[in-house]
Design a protein around this ligand. Structure first.
Ligand code: CAA
Ligand code: NAD
Length: 287
């Protein structure tokens, strides 16, 4: 048994809102922290929107939607997390932001055995542990997008994570959430992104070089390889800022040219074309 009943989630964006939904649907009490009242409101709307969509498809009963929403609070003060058994950090993929959060959270959590986990896609877990002052209780727990639908969670202990922390997280992910874990080591990209991100970046380079249209690149992989969506649509789903940040972290660690974000990706992020979450990426998503 993980002994985890009170959960905190930092960041209520694409992943934080999905992780919140998964944890609250598993019966847990969840506090979500966002950077402002407006961002907290947007996070609440994201969670409710996803639950209503599941309800409209008959995946969840209306009464259960109400019960799930009653288990979630949206706040802006990290101190609200003091009594949590577990905090899952799902803030933007920015090392400075995460280091600052882990430094603060290490002091905020009051329970000696509270676990601090990061949903980072690529930032070294060991660094987050080091600044927290409680490195043995820090590890990576990497959910996949969309979190309510995807079964996989990567479990990433660092050199300093205790075996007990890993055991409790494994039990929480499998027994409480019903997800399926794989074990990964603390290397930028872990298992899945080490394979996926160079593929996404290659597709962006292919589009940038004019090999084919975005639609044809994606149709090639959907119709030719049976993928549920093509690499450019998937990059839009993930968020182009996040794809860029993951590629950059992987490049910083391995100096492998395939991991380096191509100029078009840089330009799109600079222009605020972040994919589905901003309404425009390789495709448009207005309305
Ligand atoms: N709760 C419960 N079920 C939900 C749900 C929710 N909130 N939202 C959707 N679902 C269910 C739907 O009911 C549907 O179930 P059925 O098939 O039984 O009807 C199923 O999930 C799929 O939903 P949709 O019909 O809305 O969507 P779709 O069939 O077009 O699939 C998709 C959408 C799941 C995103 C699919 O296109 C897909 O799998 N794409 C690939 C996603 C992927 O590769 N993700 C990994 C990204 S990489 C990553 O996450 C790591 C990183 O660090 C960047
Ligand atoms: P996102 O841009 O959708 O959301 C990030 C949220 O974090 C925003 O709402 C932002 O307001 C909030 N935030 C930023 N700084 C904060 C702070 N100091 N305190 C509280 N909230 C803060 O990003 P996302 O896609 O949800 O990614 C979140 C994390 O999950 C990243 O580490 C990313 O690499 C990882 N991840 C992303 C995906 C994906 O497909 N997008 C998949 C798996 C993991």
């Amino acid at each position: 048994m993980s002994g985890i009943e009170k959960v905190g989630v930092i960041g209520g964006g694409l992943m934080g809102s999905g992780i919140t939904e998964v944890a609250a649907r598993a019966g847990l009490d969840v506090v979500v922290i966002e950077i402002s009242a407006d961002a907290a409101k947007a996070a609440a709307e994201r969670v409710e929107g996803s639950l209503r969509k599941a309800e409209s498809r008959g995946k969840i009963e209306p009464a259960e939607v109400t019960a799930v929403l009653d288990r979630i609070r949206f706040e802006t003060d990290l101190e609200t997390l003091a009594d949590r058994d577990l905090v899952v950090e799902a803030a933007s993929e920015d090392e400075k932001v995460k280091l600052e959060l882990f430094r603060t959270l290490g002091q905020v959590l009051t329970q000696d055995d509270a676990i601090l986990a990061s949903n980072t896609s690529s930032i070294p877990i060991v660094k987050l542990g080091a600044v927290s002052g409680r490195a043995n209780h820090v590890m990576g727990v990497h959910f996949f997008n969309p979190a309510p639908v995807m079964q996989l969670v990567e479990l990433i202990p660092s050199l300093t994570t205790s075996p007990d922390t890993l055991d409790r997280m494994r039990s929480w992910v499998t027994e409480t959430l019903g997800k399926k874990p794989i074990d990964a080591t603390d290397r930028a990209g872990f298992v899945v992104n080490s394979l996926l991100v160079p593929y996404l970046l290659s597709a962006i380079r292919m589009y940038e070089a004019g090999y084919a249209s975005a639609a044809d690149i994606d149709r090639g992989m959907v119709l030719g390889c049976g993928h549920p969506m093509g690499p450019l649509a998937l990059s839009d789903l993930i968020g182009l800022d996040t794809v860029k940040a993951i590629g950059q972290s992987m490049y910083d660690e391995f100096k492998e040219p395939l991991y380096s974000p191509p100029p078009l990706l840089d330009r799109m992020v600079d222009a605020g074309l972040l994919g589905k979450k901003s309404g425009q990426g390789f495709y448009g998503y207005e309305g």
